[in-house]
Write a protein that binds this ligand. Structure first.
Ligand code: ADP
Ligand code: MG
Length: 215
């Protein structure tokens, strides 16, 4: 599902990743842990081809990233769900509209869009907020909305960057239980977090990013 071979990345002079190699198999649930500034967000951006590596080979959901072009990029992205550290909601659109847009982008029939959105809002305990703006719901609800938006099109792979940031332990574990349920249904999950204690509580595979390398 994810394969990195000797991948390096730098922002100008600042080297962030040096010859990083690892694999994640289909159906796995993996935590990428590392302190703030260790390169977790950078690695996530490389995985969905938002950044290009300086050197090395990457393959994600069966796609060699070096072979991606303008035509294949949207098809590649459709197979991946993204939970951003900073949400990236449409802040002037309602909660339900935020779940409608990604469906429109892939051509979901109009009559199904609302039905799918409402079903997922129910599952996430957000239905009562369907007409609210993202800024009008709590931090925990925003995290859940971000996850709902990421999974609304049933991706093969979920990349979640710091999905529990700002949540206390109880709410963090709730988010993890939600992701665990998705993993149980077959979705491959790759989460980055600076919270090693939380990752250890979940009894999943942990890979550690430190000093530009995987440990
Ligand atoms: P993390 O997500 O683990 O906190 P990041 O991937 O955001 O780490 O950042 C890794 C390093 O790269 C940090 O030193 C950060 O300051 C730097 N960095 C992140 N984004 C950029 C950018 N767009 N331009 C230049 N430097 C960046
Ligand atoms: Mg980050």
């Amino acid at each position: 599902m994810i394969q990195l071979h000797q991948v390096s990345f730098s922002y100008g002079e600042l080297s962030v990743l040096e010859k990083v190699s690892f694999r994640v198999e289909r159906g796995e649930f993996v935590f990428l842990v590392g302190p703030s500034g260790s390169g977790k967000t950078t690695l996530q951006r490389l995985l969905y081809a938002d950044l290009d590596p300086v050197e090395g080979d990457m393959s994600v959901v069966g796609q060699q990233l070096a072979m991606l072009d303008k035509v294949s990029l949207p098809y590649f992205r459709q197979k991946i769900g993204l939970v951003f550290q900073d949400f990236k909601f449409l802040e002037n659109k309602t909660v339900r509209e935020n779940l409608a847009l990604p469906q429109r982008l892939i051509g979901t029939p109009t009559q199904l869009i609302k039905e799918n959105a409402d079903k997922l809002l129910n599952q996430m305990g957000l239905y009562h907020h369907h007409n609210a703006l993202p800024s009008e719901i709590s931090g925990n609800e925003r995290r859940r909305l971000a996850i709902a938006r990421a999974i609304i099109n049933n991706p093969l792979l979920l990349l979640a960057d710091a999905p529990t940031e700002g949540l206390d332990l109880r709410l963090s574990l709730e988010v993890m239980a939600l992701l665990d349920a998705l993993n149980f249904q077959g979705m491959t999950i790759f989460i980055s977090t600076s919270d090693r204690t939380l990752a250890e509580k979940c009894n999943k595979r942990i890979i550690e990013l430190r000093d530009g390398g995987i440990h």
